[in-house]
Design a protein. Structure first.
Length: 209
């Protein structure tokens, strides 16, 4: 091995940079794997499946119009029967109720379900503990990159739902370029810092294609 160069870069012709895009994709896959393990561990600890855990977390935070099986399937990028089966199990366990007065079969958490959702809300704590040690500026730049990546994946059809600032018609990127809060939300008429960009906004309205 040549001093200062990783093994995987030694075979590259002179002047050819490493494939950063492939390395980023591989790194994201590793992070995704770590998050999946954390979700599996939390779900197993509380006697539910990962999909059931995701449903509980969604029902704990989503507004009523998004607490329906079809909408949840789109949110989680799984099939309608998958969510339907998960909800059926959660109802048998007394964790989820269906509003009998709702014409659109709106779901809600039972008191037991709410208590469980509160307990599992920090399922990704190990990842956030590691992020806490990283420089704030790097995290804001990475968040912006990831939001742009997710928006591109949504446009390509790889992700079906992404209610992020960067895909919203109210978002104005770099509207205040010399400010510490360079972006602007036209809905609330307020500037935004990079760290304030949202991943899932209840007021999101898609930008016209």
């Amino acid at each position: 091995m040549t001093e200062g160069l990783p093994d995987d870069e030694l075979a590259l012709p002179a002047g050819v940079p490493p494939d950063v895009d492939a390395k980023l994709a591989a790194a994201l896959e590793r992070v995704g794997q770590a998050l999946r393990v954390q979700m599996w561990d939390t779900a197993k600890e509380h006697g539910v499946s990962p999909t059931q855990l995701q449903v509980l977390l969604r029902l704990a935070t989503d507004p009523p119009e998004r607490r329906r099986i079809g909408v949840l399937a789109g949110e989680l990028d799984v099939t309608h029967p998958t969510v339907s089966d998960a909800v059926a199990v959660l109802r048998r366990k007394g964790l989820v109720d269906r509003d009998p007065a709702s014409r659109k079969a709106t779901l809600s958490l039972s008191p037991r379900g709410r208590a469980l959702a509160d307990r599992v809300a920090d399922w990704d704590q190990r990842t956030r503990e590691q992020l806490a040690h990283l420089p704030a500026g790097d995290k804001q730049a990475t968040l912006r990159l990831l939001l742009d990546l997710i928006a591109g994946l949504q446009r390509s059809g790889a992700i079906t739902v992404a209610r992020m600032c960067v895909t919203c018609r109210f978002f104005r990127r770099d509207a205040h370029p010399l400010s510490a809060r360079p972006h602007h939300c036209a809905l609330v008429d307020a500037p935004m810092a990079g760290g304030e960009l949202r991943i899932d906004c209840a007021e999101h309205e898609p930008r016209a294609a």
